[in-house]
Design a protein around this ligand. Structure first.
Ligand code: ACO
Length: 422
């Protein structure tokens, strides 16, 4: 079978035959045949903006792999920092590489005192932590002007390291500021997730002892969020990075993209939905209202997955472990019942609607006492290595600056009229 497509311009009868490579066809070949004619694809639903060797996602079969490793194996057997290394450098680290990597991350968690005293304390008392985080990540570029040297691999490594190590510090600082509590400095004796819990919850104890089950659950959630190929924020990272902006500015843009409720905010919507349902007896009427088109079952459905989101299955397992420690939330019972009904209902089955990763993550964060306006901040910590891996890959591919076309639909030429004559 020939692995090609043929496009014919019916105005001229000319054709072009284009090979299908890696599941795509090269748009340059279209352009030669059709100069000045653009492929209209708002939302990029049928456009591959890049090739990538980082994450393999097969939504039809519910498969997610980082650098070829199934997400289930990584969630169960690896840890977040090791997964960061894998995403960034393409291979699992050996023991020495891992030790150096963990050391480098652990010893870069502190931030400049000006950042805390002058910058973070300057926000209004009710500032949203995600707004603070977006600004703080952008502000980091002013502390590290050498970050502009994006073609120097050594400088790139340093900035990658700083972003992964400092974002939890900034995130916890944003939270503490939002609740009027003093900032807790990083504790280098703790691992990545434990240190984050310490910076969130430590009060007056000499050293914070995180609950190992909660620290493990957090680490797993970070792994699950670490990359998801070309979503809104990752593509933003690549687009901004393609202008050769420094990685802090590009990461701040990606964080802004994640801030939007259509991207990073779904788990918060799940909690609102479960609260609105409130009790068991309201579940059936709620499902009926969704089927009547009066709203959506939040945490269900996905643009790419048309099967059970493999991350949702892992999160569900973690939820059991977390609730054993924190006590069971009544909202969990509502969520489980909703899932059971939806999975057996023709409306959801015929549309391939299954729980996505956000169906249970909000419940876990809530059980850990992490407030709802921190959910997207948590997502940012997890997604940072994915953004940086794509940024690095984009630079290594020497990708041209992102510059899409548009179909102009406004008025034709008209003559300027002075204001007194309008
Ligand atoms: N509840 C009820 N019906 C739904 C849902 C849902 N959650 N999701 C899709 N549908 C229905 C649509 O009404 C549509 O029905 P129709 O064919 O009768 O018109 C059909 O399924 C297809 O829906 P689309 O909107 O075309 O699917 P799309 O791929 O554009 O949407 C999305 C994906 C946005 C995730 C959607 O499923 C949704 O809104 N889900 C709830 C929000 C959510 O959980 N978002 C988080 C996604 S995961 C993440 O971003 C990390």
């Amino acid at each position: 079978m020939t692995e090609t497509v043929t496009i014919t311009d019916n105005r001229t009868g000319k054709s072009v035959e284009i090979p299908i490579k890696d599941g795509g066809v090269d748009a340059k070949a279209f352009s030669k045949l059709l100069p000045g004619i653009w492929f209209f694809d708002p939302g990029f639903t049928a456009t591959a903006s890049t090739s990538s060797a980082i994450t393999d996602l097969d939504g039809t079969n519910g498969i997610l792999r980082y650098r070829g490793y199934p997400i289930e194996q990584l969630a169960e057997q690896s840890n977040f920092l090791e997964v960061c290394y894998l995403l960034l450098f393409g291979e699992l680290p050996n023991a020495d590489q891992l030790e150096n990597w963990v050391h480098d991350i652990t010893y870069h968690t502190f931030i400049h005192e000006n950042m805390r005293k002058r910058f973070m304390e300057g926000f209004h008392h009710d500032a949203h932590p995600m707004g603070m985080l977006v600004s703080a990540i952008a502000a980091l570029s002013t502390f590290y002007p050498e970050a502009k040297d994006i073609h120097d691999p050594e400088s790139r490594y340093k900035q990658i390291n700083r972003l992964i190590s400092k974002v939890p510090t900034l995130a916890a600082m944003a939270y503490r500021a939002s609740v009027g509590q003093p900032f807790v400095y990083p504790d280098n004796n703790l691992n990545y997730s434990e240190n984050f819990l310490s910076m969130m919850w430590k009060v007056a104890e000499p050293s914070y002892e995180p609950n190992p089950v909660l620290a493990k659950a957090l680490d797993t959630l970070l792994i699950l969020h670490a990359d998801h190929e070309q979503n809104c924020s990752t593509t933003t990272m690549r687009v901004v990075g393609s202008s050769h902006a420094d990685p802090y500015s590009a990461a701040a843009a990606a964080t802004s993209a994640l801030y939007g409720p259509r991207h990073g905010g779904a788990n918060e919507q799940v909690i609102h939905m479960l609260n609105d349902i409130g009790t068991y007896k309201n579940i059936e009427p709620f499902i009926e209202s969704v089927k009547a088109g009066e709203g959506r079952l939040m945490g269900f459905g996905h643009r790419v997955y048309k099967a059970y989101d493999p991350r949702a299955a892992i999160v569900k397992k973690q939820a059991d472990a977390v609730f054993d420690v924190t006590g069971r939330s009544p909202l969990l019972d509502i969520a489980l019942k909703l899932e059971e009904i939806a999975l057996n209902d023709e409306y959801f089955k015929s549309r391939n609607l299954y729980p996505n990763v956000d169906f249970y993550t909000g419940l876990i964060y809530q059980a850990m006492n992490i407030p709802m306006d921190m959910f997207t901040v948590m997502f940012t910590i997890g997604r940072m290595p994915g953004w940086l891996s794509h940024w690095q890959e984009m630079l290594e591919q020497e990708q041209r600056i992102a510059r899409p076309r548009q179909l102009y639909i406004g008025p034709g030429e008209r003559q300027y009229v002075p204001v007194e004559n309008r």
